[in-house]
Ligand binder design. Structure first.
Ligand code: ADP
Ligand code: MG
Length: 331
């Protein structure tokens, strides 16, 4: 069997806070705890969860912008921690990021054409003519007219700037794009256009996506599989359709109930997400969701539930909905 494009094993990131010369060990932020998943070539894996649950930290760990406290990231079966500078550069070339706010990541003094050809020019010298042809091609791929290459970011709309961010990510023909809240700052109608664009590009170019969003309703139309995170951990990972048709973890259920869904045929759950997300500095004992969970029982306060495979292929960490004891007695 061939290796998946990306494999994440037990990834963990703790940040030490408030350390000083006098105080060597301060409190710990448990940003990411024991996260594992795979991404196959050409697939879209979505990561959703409320703000602060560790989504961006996972993205930074994948790019090796931050070092993990534990666990590994494997690319085509190779641990990225073992890559030398050259191999890491090659990996970063195959893996590109698109951010929430393209404006702050686009150099205001460069034209659109210069912005999207810059990544390629970091690797090879382009003639004027090559640069022009590349910029025109990339703009067309993201649904913009080639003349736009002469515009500055300030002369473009929010949606056009996000298209530009995507064109820049495409310029190096990546195998994987990590989109961190890439449509969160856009109007709903523009969001839909950008999501369609990403899907078209995936079909044309076979690009895999790790699509990160705090907004569950955004991922429904783009995801193949969805990982739901709560306080640094994956609590449910399921094929997209199955997740929306029948959420199993009470947190997933609550998120779906809270998301604005324009689908009148969907039966709305009665479970709202109540209360605030607890701090990852002192996460609740046992299942971190138990203080907000309508189903919580004694065991939830004591034991952290493991991720348990369900018959339909999803995995769920919940003592009530995916109990370990009962399952082990099944044939
Ligand atoms: P999300 O993207 O889901 O909103 P993040 O991954 O940005 O969440 O953050 C997860 C947690 O880690 C948050 O509590 C955040 O404050 C904390 N965190 C992120 N980066 C750092 C850092 N460099 N130092 C300390 N804490 C951090
Ligand atoms: Mg984030």
């Amino acid at each position: 069997m061939s290796n998946p494009l990306l494999k994440v094993e037990n990834l963990t990131k703790h940040y030490a806070l408030g350390t000083s010369l006098l105080r060597k060990s301060g409190p710990m932020v448990r940003a990411v705890e024991d996260v594992s998943f795979c991404v196959e070539a050409g697939e879209t894996l979505c990561i959703v969860g409320e703000s602060g649950c560790g989504k961006s930290t996972v993205a930074r760990l994948l790019m090796r912008i931050v070092e993990p406290t534990g666990g590994r990231v494997l690319v085509d079966g190779n641990d990225i921690a073992g890559l030398d500078a050259r191999a890491l550069r090659a990996w970063r070339r195959r893996m590109q990021m698109v951010f929430q706010d393209p404006y702050s990541s686009l150099n205001p003094r460069l034209t659109a054409g210069q912005i999207i050809t810059e990544p390629v020019e970091n690797f090879e010298r382009l003639s004027r003519k090559q640069r022009h042809a590349l910029a025109a091609d990339l703009l067309q791929r993201v649904g913009m007219r080639p003349e736009m290459m002469h515009r500055f970011p300030s002369e473009l709309s929010g949606g056009q700037r996000q298209r530009l961010g995507i064109a820049r990510a495409l310029s190096l023909e990546p195998s994987l794009i990590i989109a961190d809240e890439a449509v969160s700052a856009l109007d709903v109608s523009v969001q839909a256009q950008i999501l369609n664009l990403l899907q078209d590009l995936q079909q044309q170019m076979g690009i895999a996506f790790v699509f990160i969003s705090h907004d569950l309703s955004v991922v429904e139309h783009i995801g193949h599989r969805v990982a739901v995170m709560y306080l640094g951990r994956i609590v449910e990972l399921a094929p997209c359709e199955a997740l929306f048709a029948k959420p199993v973890h009470p947190y997933t259920e609550a998120l779906i109930a809270a998301a604005p869904v324009p689908d009148p045929t969907r039966v709305r759950s009665e479970v709202p997400v109540e209360g605030e997300v607890p701090s990852p500095i002192n996460p609740p004992s046992g299942c971190a969701f138990h203080p907000r969970c309508p189903l919580a029982v004694e065991r939830c306060r004591i034991e952290t539930p493991p991720l348990v495979p369900m018959p339909d292929g999803r995995i769920v960490a919940c003592h009530v909905r995916a109990p370990t004891k009962e399952r082990s007695t099944l044939p």
